[in-house]
Design a protein around this ligand. Sequence first.
Ligand code: ZN
Length: 339
Amino acid sequence: MFDTAIAGSLPKPEWLAETQKLWPQWKAQGDSLKQAKADATLLWIKTQEDAGLDIVGDGEQSRQHFVHGFLEQVEGIDFEHKVTMGIRNNRYDAQVPQVVAPLRLKGRVHAFEAQLARAHTRKKLKFTLPGPMTIVDTVADRFYGDKVKMAMAFAELLNQEALALQADGVDIIQFDEPAFNVYMEEAADWGVKALERAAQGLTCTTAVHICYGYGIQANLDWKNSLGQEWRQYEKVFPALAKSSIQQVSLECFHSHVPMDLMALLEGKDVMVGVIDVASDIVETPEEVADTIGRAIQFVPKARIIACTNCGLAPMSREVAQKKLQALADGARIARERYA
Ligand code: ZN
């Protein structure tokens, strides 16, 4: 009851990359960069284990950004000539690569870090990939001319990598779809279908993470514009409840999401966000336990996984470490309290 996990990303140590940035520059190159990524991955696995988390991940230490890390191994994408594009419905500008030809994988994308992580932990291992709809929202299309067609093309590639990750021994494959909270109608219409295509044939646990983004200023401003009740999940959860995806990660603590929306996910495991990633204030274990206590009104206890609201990548390492500890300690209190 109340297993604990993180959404995905963790801060990169200062010897690996620039800190507190969403698109940080690496601090090394070639073989020394590869070694630094490996060292950071092992460091975070140990930190997650020491904190007492039940499900661990690589902390996305080997990718510069959660979407572009995948795209670097895709043929048909021009990374040399990035363009500025408004993403997440123009919430903020990003430098994005362009799709210029049919998409194909150049080879494995995440074999190195997945196999490394698997070799060094006996805990359940979760691995994250960007979802097709979010990828489509984070590249410039100069070739397909059709969002859905391009999303399905990406979904096929994601599926190839996901099946390979499963063969590497990954227990849970999670697709990150923050775009679902921005294009709600399209998410319910074709986003979930593209997601299912990406997860096709997987026998490991499948998950999707839908959030209100990292704690960067553009997202904080956006959240402030959403009013007192954030009902974005209401449109896509019914479609997800009918889908084959098994776990759903959502934002909860400090958000304005009405908690009863979780009840729309009947039959799914729910990763409840009990840690705010937009604030450096570290939650107390009691606050974490209280949030879990509110969630059990809408989700069966056995289906709740305590999680972070989103990735912790742009935070300081020290704060992130303390938040992991609060997460594990809070879940322990909740287990005793609500047993
Ligand atoms: Zn997120």
